[in-house]
Design a protein around this ligand. Structure first.
Ligand code: F6P
Length: 340
């Protein structure tokens, strides 16, 4: 049976449909979040629904920091990093009393579905909404870390990778000019996806990630071999969550055992979180934002919507956060061989 556009009300008569979808961004922001918000708004309106923007993540639910979003409110944002809805790490939402306030605020505003864009912490909050409030809720993977199970890429990961590659290529110029060893720290609080792939892409001599134990002796041996082979400059990529510690700690441990190289440290930090999203991230964000609207209208709840092998996938929220997403072993093996 075909329902004409704007038939959100018809669903009301037939299947208790969704009339007002709220959307929020939470946790570490990532390039592409705005493209995702834009898709949720425009596809929601296309389905005849109202779309309510929630500012500052779950804090905005508690503070009823809402605004109706029209199609023109999301004009000219697809190319912008950050999030027009702002983001936060809302510790208050961990307390039941604040969750009750949030629920009342949504109910009083006529909100009957929620789309959250964020990472693991965001999805834990969304799970509370599903379990305690029985509100149809779907999660979209918005984080540069790419550490969510059930999606090949998270929104922002591709852009962050390109940012790191561009930055490290610049650092390699000066490393070569001054014949220095650079230890470069990238983000990924406990996941090495950015480090692993950017390390291969920049031809790093060593890549240190939390998923594999880093043995300082092995690292020193590789540096000594490079030195003997007249390798005058080198790049080590280290994920901030590596077991050996961040870049400053790694530098200290190297210098204690092998100080032939004039060594410098560069911590890329928050530059990885910003910037105009790549074409890939804009497409991913648009696809996922649209699918989240289709999903909640179809009655789906408690899932992360992702893309696996280029097909839309639904993964239970708790599996997305708790089912550790592993870095492909062949990628780690490749990095090891290529960086010799
Ligand atoms: O989760 C995304 C992320 O950028 C991590 O890579 C990083 O460790 C963390 O957020 C930093 O958190 P904050 O923005 O709260 O300093």
């Amino acid at each position: 049976m075909f329902f004409p556009k704007g038939s959100c009300y018809i669903y009301t008569m037939i299947s208790n449909p969704i009339k007002n979808i709220a959307v929020l961004t939470s946790g570490g922001d990532s390039p592409g979040m705005n493209a995702c918000i834009r898709a949720v708004v425009r596809v929601g309106i296309d389905h005849g629904c109202e779309v309510t923007g929630v500012y500052r993540g779950f804090d905005g639910l508690i503070d009823a920091d809402f605004a109706a979003l029209a199609t023109q409110d999301v004009s000219n944002i697809i190319q912008r990093g950050g999030t027009i809805l702002k983001s936060a790490r809302a510790m208050r939402f961990m307390e039941a009393k604040y969750r009750r306030i949030a629920y009342e605020n949504m109910r009083n505003s006529g909100i009957d579905a929620l789309v959250v864009i964020g990472g693991d912490g965001t999805f834990m909050g969304a799970q509370c909404v599903v379990e305690e409030m029985k509100l149809p809720t779907l999660g979209l993977p918005g984080t540069i870390d790419n550490d969510l199970y059930g999606t090949d890429n998270t929104i922002g990961y591709d852009t962050a990778l390109n940012t790191v590659v561009s930055a490290v290529d610049k650092i390699r110029d000066t490393a070569d000019a001054h014949e220095r060893l650079f230890i470069i720290e990238v983000m990924g609080k406990d996941a090495g996806f950015i480090a692993a792939r950017s390390g291969i892409a920049v031809g790093a001599e060593a890549i240190l990630i939390p998923e594999t134990t880093t043995y300082i002796d092995d690292l020193i041996d590789r540096l000594k071999t490079g030195w003997r082979n007249n390798k005058k400059s080198s790049i080590i990529i280290v994920a901030e969550g590596d077991d050996l510690g961040g870049a400053l700690e790694v530098e200290k441990k190297i210098q204690e055992q092998f100080n032939k190289y004039d060594t410098r440290v560069s911590i890329l930090g928050y530059v990885q979180r910003g910037g105009s999203p790549s074409a890939y991230d804009r497409l991913l964000a648009s696809r996922l934002g649209a699918e989240a609207v289709h999903g909640v209208i179809a009655g789906k709840t408690g899932f992360m919507v992702g893309v696996k092998d280029n097909e839309i996938s639904y993964t239970p929220l708790l599996k997305a956060v708790k089912h550790n997403k592993l870095i492909r072993k062949d990628l780690i093996d490749l990095a090891t061989v290529l960086s010799k």
